[in-house]
Write a protein that binds this ligand. Structure first.
Ligand SMILES: [Zn+2]
Length: 216
């Protein structure tokens, strides 16, 4: 997928996936039209990461300094983030659409990212909580990639497929987990895609009525 890159300041309403890995996939919008990549550079990746609230502020500050010192490596690392993101998109949407067999290239790319992450990971146990951990000290600029790759594999193993959806909104295609009680959430956000669809139906109905009146 070749996406146009456009500057965008991430807001809370961009995080509707229900999981940080789905929110990463959704940093490309309009996937069902002309895809637009909202991550226009490594600093933007950090802005997104901060907004998710899933990463320690001190780690993000450390990454910011590393990126300022070595912008070339930061750009290469962002290419890897994009590769991971697109592989996850292809794999997860294939699973949602029951599109078997799963895309082999995407599977092997996710596997590759996960292996690189696991190579630098540590298994720790705090109290009665075992964790697989990666850190900025060992992963450097790739810390976010590593953390996201580990979490992606956790998500894939536990993805509630019957509750994972692709928003059918115009210029959307965001992926999300429907955690509503009735499990009938159709849109990424009722206030945006849902309303736009309602608005269109209303407009079409009005047009139809006008035409019918005109026929008389
Ligand atoms: Zn939508």
């Amino acid at each position: 997928m070749v996406a146009v890159v456009r500057t965008h300041t991430f807001e809370q309403r961009d995080l509707i996936g229900g999981h940080v890995v789905l929110d990463l996939v959704n940093t490309v919008t309009a996937r069902n039209a002309e895809p637009v990549d909202w991550i226009d550079g490594y600093p933007r990746l950090l802005q997104w990461a901060a907004l998710t609230g899933r990463f320690a502020a001190a780690d993000l500050t450390a990454l910011q300094h590393l990126a300022q010192t070595d912008p070339g490596t930061a750009a290469q690392v962002l290419d890897l983030t994009r590769e991971l993101r697109e592989a996850l998109h292809d794999l997860i949407t294939a699973l949602i659409l029951h599109d078997a067999p799963a895309p082999a290239e995407a599977v092997s790319q996710v596997e590759g990212h996960w292996k690189r992450a696991a190579a630098g990971a540590r298994l720790t146990v705090h109290g009665d909580t075992p964790r697989v951990q990666v850190g900025v000290e060992t992963s450097g600029l790739e810390y976010l990639n590593h953390e996201l790759a580990l979490q992606a594999v956790d998500l894939l193993r536990a993805l509630p497929l019957e509750r994972t959806r692709i928003c059918p909104g115009q210029r959307c295609g965001w992926v999300f987990i429907d955690s509503s009680r009735g499990g009938r959430r159709r849109w990424c956000d009722m206030a945006t895609c849902g309303n736009a669809a309602k608005g269109r139906t209303h407009y079409q109905r009005k047009k139809q009525t006008a035409r019918q009146l005109g026929d008389r």
